[in-house]
Design a protein around this ligand. Structure first.
Ligand code: NAD
Length: 491
């Protein structure tokens, strides 16, 4: 059996306390994971500060650009291992992990190397009344030891999205992957070692949230900042802990995203993309749509076409290259999603598709599978229409006017993403800008330029990451102001 150990100060550390890493495909055991103690998290934080006081703290931007590129090259060399680890932990289809999770994980290091290599810094000249002037420029310095706490849905992609810019800016990190997906993070630690990243710069601690590594990081007095992706409720707990030391936080949290489909859209392109927006990663992408609003003339046609596409979907073994949907992440999460199916029934929803656990007649019946599900007929106040479910389920309802749909889409405490489908240019601009979200897509979904600001409004997060926005979060900027006097002249 494989063992996933902690990686602290350049050493692999076992723990007397272990837990099982379970495959959601069939409930089998993938690995034994060594849970970090409070003392080990202390050691990791200390190692980070030592690294900052040593060789790593003296690196310049060009040297760190080279380190990031070495990490990306080593990840690329081991991409098959990453693919296997990610699929074993999550059960996600090969078609997804090989085109999104692993390549994007590698791209995060390359992209932040490029961003750092070309990043401009503020510089301002201020002319003074007496003829002198002041020259201001910003110096970018690391924050210190950054705590990185990540979720299970896109484990490698979301972890590297934070680790890469944190290292680019010269920080040390203490990283805690989700307890459900410890595999790719452990491989990343191996990559750090092979790429020659100095001890203490990248520390990996395994464990859970409360009373475990997650809490130990977020409450640690010597952690300088916390970057977190996960549920909004967990964000609240972490923010409370971070308030103690007035620590900077960057939060990417939950969503209840709207899709708005106007009758003048390109129907085929819309339907192809909406199948992804609803069911990619079994609906476990924070950006997936769970509320679909369709202009009334198109409503019946959309519902029929969606159900027909769902019937043709291949829900199967992750290794089958044709598989479109795998299981949910865990039995616990499946029970939560099934609880929402039950709630929707109780609230009076009509099920157009799904709503049950699929039957395979083999070991997969021990896994965490649910059917792709479409419900209709609920009011906007129903809990299943308001709360994030994070599974392959959406509620579809008709609308009549642009004003109405904008108000309904924005009637949520979340504010992560929207996807809008129309061929009317003016309407595309009007509606996408009116969305109270971090990202509005028009005639597309999940198309990401990594230089752009990414984050959420309301319960969906705090701050923006991506490109320079990430560099600004992971740096302390010191403005240097120099007064330059007129040359003294002899009289
Ligand atoms: P989660 O909040 O349960 O867990 C995320 C991480 O936080 C895990 O590593 C977990 O161990 C840790 N954690 C849990 N409780 C903690 C505590 N009290 N203190 C410190 N750490 C703690 O989230 P999840 O179930 O892993 O992920 C799914 C959620 O993530 C969904 O809500 C989804 O929308 C959100 N998400 C958001 C984005 C985004 O970019 N906005 C991206 C992906 C996922």
């Amino acid at each position: 059996m494989k063992h996933y150990r902690n990686y602290v100060n350049g050493k692999w550390v076992e723990s007397p306390r272990t837990f099982e890493d379970i495959s959601p495909v069939d409930g089998s055991q993938v690995a034994i994971v060594h849970e970090a103690s409070r003392e080990l998290v202390d050691e990791a934080v200390k190692a980070g500060h030592q690294a900052l006081a040593g060789e790593w703290g003296r690196t310049n931007a060009s040297q760190r650009v080279a380190v990031l590129r070495r990490i990306a090259d080593e990840m690329e060399r081991r991409q098959d291992d990453f693919l296997a680890a990610e699929m074993a932990d999550t059960g996600k289809p090969h078609a997804m992990a090989s085109t999104i999770d692993v390549p994007r994980g590698i791209a995060n290091f390359r992209m932040f190397a490029d961003i750092l290599a070309t990043a401009p810094l503020d510089s301002h000249r201020l002319d003074l009344p007496d003829g002198a002037y002041a020259l201001n420029y910003a110096a970018r310095k690391p924050l210190g030891v950054v705590g990185v706490i990540s979720p299970w849905n896109l484990p490698l992609l979301l972890m590297t999205w934070k680790v890469a810019p944190a290292l680019a800016c010269g920080n040390a990190v203490v990283v805690k992957p989700s307890e459900d997906t410890p595999g790719s993070a452990t491989l990343l630690a191996e990559v750090m070692e092979a790429a020659g990243v100095p001890p203490g710069v990248f520390n990996l601690v395994h464990g859970f949230g409360p009373d475990s590594a997650g809490e130990f990081i977020s409450r640690h007095p010597d952690i300088s900042a916390i970057t977190f992706t996960g549920e909004s409720r967990t964000g609240t707990t972490i923010m409370r802990a971070a308030a103690e030391g007035v620590k900077p936080v960057s939060f990417e949290l939950g969503g209840k995203n709207a899709a708005i489909i106007f009758a003048d859209c390109d129907f085929k392109k819309m339907l192809d993309t909406m199948m992804r927006a609803l069911f990619l990663n079994s609906g476990q992408v924070c950006l997936c749509s769970e509320r679909v609003y369709v202009e009334r003339p198109l409503y019946e046609r959309f519902c029929e076409a969606l159900v027909a596409r769902i019937k043709a979907m291949k829900i199967d073994w992750p290794n089958d290259p044709a598989t479109q949907m795998g299981p949910l992440i865990s039995a616990k999460h499946r029970d939560k999603v099934l609880g929402y199916f039950e709630l929707a029934r109780h609230e009076g929803a009509t099920f157009l598709a799904g709503g049950r656990v699929p039957y395979f007649g083999d070991v997969r019946d021990e896994g965490a599978w649910v059917e792709p599900t479409v419900i209709t007929g609920l009011g906007d106040d129903a809990r299943s229409v308001r709360e994030e479910i994070f599974g392959p389920i959406c509620h579809v309802s008709p609308f009549d006017t642009e004003q109405e749909v904008i108000a309904r889409a924005n009637d949520t405490r979340y504010g992560l993403a929207a996807t809008i489908w129309t061929s009317n240019l003016g309407r595309a601009h009007r509606v996408s800008e009116a969305m109270r979200v971090g990202i509005s897509w028009v005639n597309t979904w999940f198309l990401r330029d990594l230089r752009t600001p990414f984050g959420g409004a309301g319960l969906s997060g705090i701050g923006r990451e991506g490109g320079l926005h990430s560099l600004n979060f992971y740096s302390e900027l010191t403005n240097v102001c120099i007064r330059i006097d007129e040359e003294a002249r002899d009289v």
